[in-house]
Design a binder for this molecule. Structure first.
Ligand code: GDP
Ligand code: MG
Length: 174
């Protein structure tokens, strides 16, 4: 019988990035707790959340960093994402400007020495009617080597599968 204690557990830093109100906190809470919080208190995100993803050969323990809303007032310090093994860059499918902001985040990650960071782009609020072109997003994701998921923190669509896909792609060392 396999003992869970003998499994390799790899702790990995994962950062949530994206414009204010796109749903970063709701996605993290949906993933960690399996529930939708309609109006998350900004301080919910300030708390450090962890969640394990079980893979066939090991367990990835994500240490999820969410912002406490600092992105509303100023850009985030590079300290926030430094050393991240994975990033979820969120935009709101009903808000084209938030996709532009997401592209800027992907660019910043790629040019800041975080080349090894595995990135998932989350087009969130897919339970609403989108006003961002899926073709455009898919083309962008393919060109820049990032994963793309249409998510809904509200009904849970693709939230767990997005984190699982990231867990499969992060380097297993350390
Ligand atoms: P953050 O500022 O990026 O952390 O965004 P929040 O997680 O605080 O969410 C901002 C608002 O969007 C809240 O009022 C949420 O109820 C709403 N929201 C978040 N995710 C979804 C979603 O998937 N669908 C819908 N319809 N609303 C969402
Ligand atoms: Mg938040």
């Amino acid at each position: 019988m396999a003992s869970s204690g003998s499994r390799n557990v790899h702790s990995k830093k994962l950062v949530m990035l994206g414009q204010t109100a796109v749903g970063k906190t709701c996605i993290a809470v949906q993933f960690v707790r399996g529930t939708f919080v309609d109006k998350p208190d900004p301080t919910i995100g300030a708390a450090f959340m962890t969640k394990e993803v079980t893979l066939p050969d090991c367990t990835i323990k994500f240490e999820i960093w969410d912002t406490a809303g600092q992105e509303r007032y100023h850009s985030l310090a590079p300290m926030y994402y430094r050393g991240a093994a994975a990033a979820v860059v969120v935009f709101d499918l009903t808000e084209p400007g938030s996709f532009d902001r997401a592209k800027a985040w992907v660019g910043e990650l790629k040019h800041s020495g975080e080349q090894d960071c595995v990135i998932a782009l989350a087009g969130n609020k897919c339970d609403l009617s989108p006003s961002v072109s899926m073709d455009e997003v898919e083309e962008y994701a393919e060109k820049h080597g990032v994963l793309f998921f249409r998510t809904s923190a509200k009904d849970g669509t693709n939230v767990a599968s997005m984190f699982e896909a990231l867990a499969e792609k992060v380097p297993r060392t350390a």
